[in-house]
Design a protein. Structure first.
Length: 417
């Protein structure tokens, strides 16, 4: 790796690590603070929802901005805005106290800034490293995301227990400024080919319509996006709701065991991210999708099998069984996600990449709650093992019938505006 590319890689990782971890820790810690302050589960849930809404609403806007404006300026500006937000929150809360309205507004704003930041940063990846290093940097990005999902709640809990919330807000503001300094040192034109003029006259409707037309013209993209959305839906229906119910309500394992099982998924993602490069060297993209999607289906089915018959086995057995499944589940997700991200980054033209990726992320975020609601309704009407086994079988059918007939290649045509 060349020295400039190496420094780009390091500063990208540092910048993303600080921003993503800062947001994850703040969201969890401030949620606990709200719960302690009000004693209301509704207020706690409202804080979490305010952290999710900007991801759905502002992803398309972030995609348009990433395509139309200088990505480096957007990334740096969003981190600076986050830094200013928390520094202002610190000084205001010191004078007037930290109340619920302040928390709601700050949670919504920091998620908004972070969403636009993340979209622009991800879209810029092909410009800051060579094509050969795309898998490496996307693997690092995936590891950072997974670590934040594991460590964010853990550190957030420690922060809530041992640190004054005002001091944490101050440190969070400073960390975002440090992140912006790291990003200033990244060469966002290291692997930049297209010369795109910034357009001041932005029409969100027109720009998104252009992205939809591009997706529609690319059957390759439609096939891969279709699989991506189907996987998100089936995971929501067959795993996200049923697994905690099976572990806690059916098998009645202790909360410590549930925490280990949940955390093992992120560990699997990290393991997958480390080894995905070797897999991509040995198999074609369609083969990876086929094998991993079938593996995902089998893992779903395995989640439901132990509860078909109420056979009393030891808690240690169930802990090892479900931990193994969730590690394999995480590895599989990495082997699907990282090649998918690399494909979209490498072959979707720079001038439309942000909008196309934002559409996929937004659709995935919208489809997941639909699956969660459906799963919650069905879980009250049928046996809990039916959802993971049924979801796994349906996904397996989708893989064997739809994906097998699809012509998916690791290539996409150039965009003509």
């Amino acid at each position: 790796m060349k020295s400039k590319e190496y420094f780009n890689f390091i500063f990208f990782s540092l910048g993303k690590f600080i921003s993503i971890f800062g947001t994850a820790i703040y969201t969890f810690a401030i949620g606990l603070y709200v719960l302690k302050l009000t004693g209301s589960g509704l207020n706690f849930a409202t804080t979490l929802v305010l952290g999710i809404i900007p991801i759905i609403v502002f992803n398309p806007i972030g995609g348009v901005m990433a395509d139309r404006f200088n990505k480096k300026n957007i990334v740096i500006f969003m981190d600076i805005l986050n830094g200013i937000l928390f520094l202002c929150l610190y000084f205001i809360s010191r004078v007037y106290g930290l109340n619920l309205i302040m928390i709601y507004i700050s949670t919504f704003l920091t998620r908004t800034f972070t969403t636009i930041f993340a979209t622009s940063f991800e879209v810029a990846i092909p410009n800051i490293v060579s094509d050969k290093k795309l898998v490496n940097i996307n693997s690092a990005s995936k590891i950072i995301d997974s670590l934040s999902s594991i460590m964010g709640p853990l550190i957030g809990g420690i922060v809530f227990a041992f640190m004054d919330i005002h001091m944490f807000i101050l440190l969070n503001g400073i960390s975002f400024i440090l992140s912006a300094l790291c990003e200033m040192l990244i060469d966002f034109r290291y692997n930049y080919v297209n010369k795109i003029e910034e357009k001041k006259d932005i029409s969100l409707t027109k720009d998104m319509k252009e992205a939809f037309m591009y997706i529609k013209s690319e059957k390759n993209i439609i096939n891969v996006f279709g699989l991506f959305i189907a996987i998100n839906f089936f995971i929501s229906v067959a795993i996200t709701v049923p697994l905690p119910f099976i572990i806690n309500n059916v098998l009645k394992l202790p909360s410590k065991s549930f925490g280990i099982i949940e955390g093992s998924f992120s560990m699997g993602v990290i393991i997958g991210a480390i080894f995905v490069y070797k897999i991509m060297e040995k198999f074609e993209y369609k083969e990876i999708l086929m094998i991993m999607s079938i593996s995902l289906s089998i893992n779903m089915i395995l989640v439901g099998i132990p509860v078909i018959r109420q056979v009393q086995l030891s808690g240690i057995f169930y802990l090892i069984y479900y931990t193994t499944i969730m590690i394999l589940f995480g590895v599989t997700i990495s082997f699907i996600d990282i090649p998918f991200i690399c494909m979209t980054q490498k072959y979707i033209p720079d001038e439309i990449r942000g909008r196309v990726l934002s559409i996929v992320i937004s659709v995935g975020k919208v489809i997941a709650p639909i699956g969660l609601i459906l799963s919650g309704i069905l879980l009250n009407k049928i046996q809990p093992y039916v959802l993971p086994i049924g979801g796994g079988l349906l996904l397996l059918t989708f893989n064997l019938v739809i994906l097998n007939k699809s012509k998916i290649k690791y290539e996409v045509r150039t965009h003509k505006s």
